[in-house]
Write a protein that binds this ligand. Sequence first.
Ligand SMILES: [Mn+2]
Length: 570
Amino acid sequence: MRRIRANAIVLLTVAWILGMLYYLWHDSRPYPKQGSSSSSSGRNVQKPIRLESSREDRTVVQVVTKAPWLDDHKLKAFDEQAYLARKQLNPGADPYGNHAFNQQESDKLASDRPIRDTRHYRCASVQYNKDFLSTSIIITFHNEARSTLLRTVKSILNRSPPSLVQEIILVDDFSTDPEDCQLLTKIPKIKCLRNTRREGLIRSRVKGADAATAEVLTFLDSHCEVNKDWLQPLLQRVHEDYTRVVSPIIDVISLDNFAYLAASADLRGGFDWSLHFKWEQMPIQQKMARTDPTQSIRTPVIAGGIFVMNKSWFNHLGKYDTQMDIWGGENFELSFRVWMCGGSLEIVPCSRVGHVFRKRHPYDFPEGNALTYIKNTKRTVEVWMDDYKQYYYEARPSALGKAYGNIAERVDLRRRLRCNSFQWYLQNVYPELRIPEKEVSERAVVRQGEKCLEAQDLHRVVSIIASLRPCKGLQSNLLFSQEWVLSGPLIKHQDKCLALTNFSLGSQVILDLCNPQDGRQKWKIKGSSIMQLVTGACLDSQVETEKDRVGTTSCQPDLASQQWELLQVT
Ligand SMILES: [Mn+2]
């Protein structure tokens, strides 16, 4: 009996060890390296939060897909080897020189290289409609690396249902070699439009959109790789509601080694008052309310490089502001316009597209990078931001006085479309954007009945105290000691500020050397009360046992000892 029990224990131990070994082996399967990906490219700032850190809820599959319809016969007309060979990097040349990414690494990779399926595993079982409208895919470029451009195009052909792709329109924005674009038209579905002078992204996209024959437009960058089933979830959202403008999650293709890295799935587009785009975590309430990882994410702005939009809706809303030059700012203009004029923006997490984020622009801006960005954002601000534009100018004072052309047409467009105000946008779409507190410095007398708050110089004593004394009248020369400056949360007298002695309820109020970081010195005028911001208590003339001194106690707005009148000193 004992023997049997011993054997059973040995067996169980062995089984446990084997189980642990399997678990460890399973857990240590190599995950892709998340190399040097902290790059940024202007508005597409790459922060570490962009990359996903945990992959436990995903399937990690290699996707090697080739379009069955795109057989060798159909591709025969296009000589891929010759196309690529003509633009190989010269030996010894800087691989980053022409494109601000490592061209050598791009050239090494196959045009149909496999990439990982980075979607949440639940995306694979989502069912999509079968009767979508097809889409015209518009890719604008200026001197793109041939291997990178070809990989963008082939990933689309290989990973999209053929019936959904009406055509791929390449808009060559006056690249040095017209053949970069022209030769690709030998591939089925590819069309090529060429500008006769440099127009920039915005006018090039409008040209592509005007030429598109499908009812849905898909804008894409020229250094992308689309992932498995990227198109259906985007088209589904637009199919359900044509006013939606949708973006995929934009994965990161390393500019150094072209590794394909998964981006985090709970980010959205945001910005600060200088109109600097940033990826940000979705608000916590929204995150908590999300039970389905395949659900789309509302976003205040889109990054702008990759999105899908119904063509009639695009035209109805005024396409793009074609007086914007080259690049930059157009994503804000489009985003504000879509939200304020009756549409919505969202990120669809089951759609993934990789993009090479760069640290600098590989091309020149005829009028300089900064000036172009200012001109484009200024046009956006002047047309769409109403009085809130003052915060833009405060955040970007260099924009003041800079030329931005005539905006009458766009102002008229906004009026014709009867768009909402920017205040509506802030309240309904982006309440998380903090409105800067106005730094108003106001000189005032703080009165209660016949008495006024006074900074009393106690002779031969180091400190100055705050006390309540008979008012001296409002003539400036008389009232010096009763004159206060309201500056943000501070109530100042010269370099001294009204402060608590401690954070307890009933704390005495004194004057201390001003320090805006000091919580004891922060106040807020609320009706006729003066509230301490940290303790939430109110300034009261009856707390202190010492005559004429002031303190704080719990707020009771009806209490006469807590009612103050602020009289402006002129
Ligand atoms: Mn790009």
